[in-house]
Design a protein around this ligand. Structure first.
Ligand SMILES: N=c1c2ncn([C@@H]3O[C@H](COP(=O)(O)OP(=O)(O)OP(=O)(O)O)[C@@H](O)[C@H]3O)c2ncn1[C@@H]1O[C@H](COP(=O)(O)O)[C@@H](O)[C@H]1O
Length: 94
């Protein structure tokens, strides 16, 4: 789990640095709305997750959860934060 998140975060940071043209992730860093676009996505996906949970749609719950985690990691990178900022918080609570 941690390895998957670390690998994804590393790809996101690379996209932020290299900004390849065909990358959705890079487009979030270059989007004219920038941070707002990511925050809007997070809001939409949270609503979609709630609806999927309400309908007990397990596949949709997993799909929307993955979208949320991905956009959350993009947000951390956008704020020049590290994955460990999140993981350390979780560890503190164990
Ligand atoms: N994990 C993701 C990931 N999760 C979601 N998304 C994108 O986020 C966008 C979400 O859009 P929508 O809100 O329309 O959601 P949807 O899933 O299309 O549809 P609904 O949720 O509305 O049903 C889609 O374009 C997805 O492709 C992701 N795009 C990229 N990644 C990872 O980022 C890496 C780099 O990818 P590039 O962005 O192509 O460089 C990839 O290898 C993946 O590991």
């Amino acid at each position: 789990m941690t390895e998957t998140l670390a690998e994804l975060f590393s790809v996101i940071e690379d996209r932020k640095k290299t900004l390849p043209e065909d990358s959705y992730t890079a487009s979030l860093f270059t989007h004219e709305k920038g941070e707002n676009a990511v925050l809007e996505k997070l809001g939409e996906e949270c609503t979609e997750l709630v609806l999927a949970a309400k309908d007990d749609e397990h596949n949709e719950i997993a799909h929307e959860s993955a979208d949320i985690v991905y956009h959350l990691l993009v947000l951390l990178a956008m704020k020049d934060m590290q994955l460990d900022d999140l993981l350390d918080k979780l560890d503190e609570r164990r």
